[in-house]
Design a protein around this ligand. Structure first.
Ligand SMILES: CC(C)(COP(=O)(O)OP(=O)(O)OC[C@H]1O[C@@H](n2cnc3c(N)ncnc32)[C@H](O)[C@@H]1OP(=O)(O)O)[C@@H](O)C(=O)NCCC(=O)NCCSC(=O)/C=C/c1ccc(O)c(O)c1
Ligand SMILES: O=C(O)CCC(=O)C(=O)O
Ligand SMILES: [Fe+2]
Length: 358
């Protein structure tokens, strides 16, 4: 049973309520707490109020209406090198698909905790479907103000059997309708690395597996003391992120200690380079640190698709990149080892990629 509203959030077991019983931070928000439970208080250096935010610069916005325009590929490669992040407009994913997946996300998180918790690590019949809160609560010193459902795609049949019906069709549809633009983006990025075509081996390495997450960041008491998602880079090759109109995603500006906001643009999708592509490109394309702030007045949702190598792929700098004599800065690693390393620790900025450094 949920604790009484008037209860001091530090006098009952917040972890048991939010993490173990599956109420999540949405459950905490629904209690109408006025103070942030101490388990969510981040160290001062992780609080965004203690960071430098720049407002006179922003990540590129790239118009994809004409793939035959050579400028388009050039802009994509430049953005991946200089920012590691960009937004795309006129990308061809129908607006209804985006609206439907946002609505499905709200529908899933509005379900009772018992229903959502059927998909938790302890109750889910498969590791490929996981409902949870924060990132890795057991490994974190301070929790993150986020609930999520993570869906690793294996097949339509498996999705039909295991994915929650509240959001199954809409998440699958978003994944499928984004396939064309994912391939075109990767083709453009590969041309920039002297890779002429995406053959079967490259296809596996670049886009052999996909995971779609739906994230819910409820309104938070004392939001400046915590984070929605802590500083991290993604372990994917590319991430395709749909955000709603609330905002709150910040990206680190390369070679500086400053952060820039990613403003929501109607109908746009945010694209970022992940660690796997940084490694494959031997550091040319940048997997950049990012984080999400908590919001004191509104609920936010986001839907990232992580486009990845297959778990059994070995990733390392591509032969085409090293052809010219460039020295490899990363070794060859088994992708599932890399991902396990990422999941077993708290978010820690750019440190995951050290796992693959020579
Ligand atoms: C991921 C692995 C390697 C895990 O292997 P396995 O040996 O089964 O380990 P496991 O016991 O299930 O998980 C290990 C730990 O990772 C955590 N974990 C596993 N999956 C997830 C998940 N989807 N979300 C959060 N934590 C997870 C668990 O909490 C485990 O810790 P613990 O609960 O035992 O303390 C396996 O499932 C696999 O091969 N999957 C396919 C490859 C894959 O999924 N690639 C995806 C890459 S991109 C990706 O998934 C990104 C996710 C993400 C989430 C939140 C963020 O904030 C964020 O920035 C990023
Ligand atoms: O919610 C967002 O805008 C970003 C989430 C994110 O960085 C992630 O899930 O990896
Ligand atoms: Fe991320």
């Amino acid at each position: 049973m949920a604790p009484a509203l008037s209860m001091d959030s530090n006098s009952w077991d917040v972890i048991s309520f939010a993490v173990d019983k599956g109420h999540g931070v949405k459950g905490l928000a629904d209690l109408g707490l006025h103070t942030l439970p101490k388990q969510y208080i981040q160290p001062p250096e992780e609080q965004i109020i203690n960071s430098t935010i720049v407002t006179d610069d922003s990540i590129p916005v790239i118009d994809l209406s004409n793939w035959n325009d050579p400028n388009v590929a050039e802009q994509i490669c430049n953005a991946a090198e200089k920012w590691g992040f960009f937004q795309i407009v006129n990308h061809g994913i129908p607006i209804e698909v985006l609206e439907n997946v946002k609505e499905a996300t709200r529908r899933f998180f509005a379900l009772p905790a018992e229903e959502k918790n059927k998909h938790s690590k302890d109750s889910s019949p498969s590791n490929n479907v996981r409902y949870g809160t924060s990132f890795t609560p057991k490994a974190e010193k301070a929790l993150e103000w986020k609930d999520f459902l993570s869906l690793f795609y294996v097949s339509d049949d498996e999705a039909a059997a295991l994915w929650p019906s509240a959001c199954r069709n809409e998440t699958l549809d978003f994944m499928k309708k984004s396939q064309f633009v994912i391939r075109k983006l990767l083709e453009a990025l590969m041309k920039g690395l002297n890779v002429k075509e995406i053959d079967e081996t490259k296809e596996s390495l670049l886009m052999g597996s996909k995971r779609i997450n739906i994230n819910y960041y409820p309104k938070c008491p004392e939001p400046e003391l915590t984070v929605g998602v802590g500083r991290h880079s993604d372990v994917s090759t590319l991430t395709i992120l749909l955000q709603d109109d609330i905002g709150g995603l910040y990206v680190k500006k390369l070679d500086t200690d400053a952060w820039v906001h990613v403003p929501p643009i109607d109908g746009a999708i945010v694209i970022n380079v992940g660690d796997a592509l940084q490694i494959l490109s031997n550091g040319r394309y940048k997997s950049v640190e990012h984080r999400v702030i908590a919001n004191g007045s509104r609920n936010r949702i986001s839907v990232p698709i992580f486009v990845n190598p297959r778990p059994r792929d070995i990733i390392g700098p591509l032969a085409e990149v090293l052809e010219s004599g460039e020295k490899p800065i990363y070794k060859q690693v088994l992708y599932s080892d890399y991902v396990k390393h990422f999941f077993r620790k708290a978010h820690d900025g750019k440190e995951t990629v050290d796992f693959a450094k020579i």
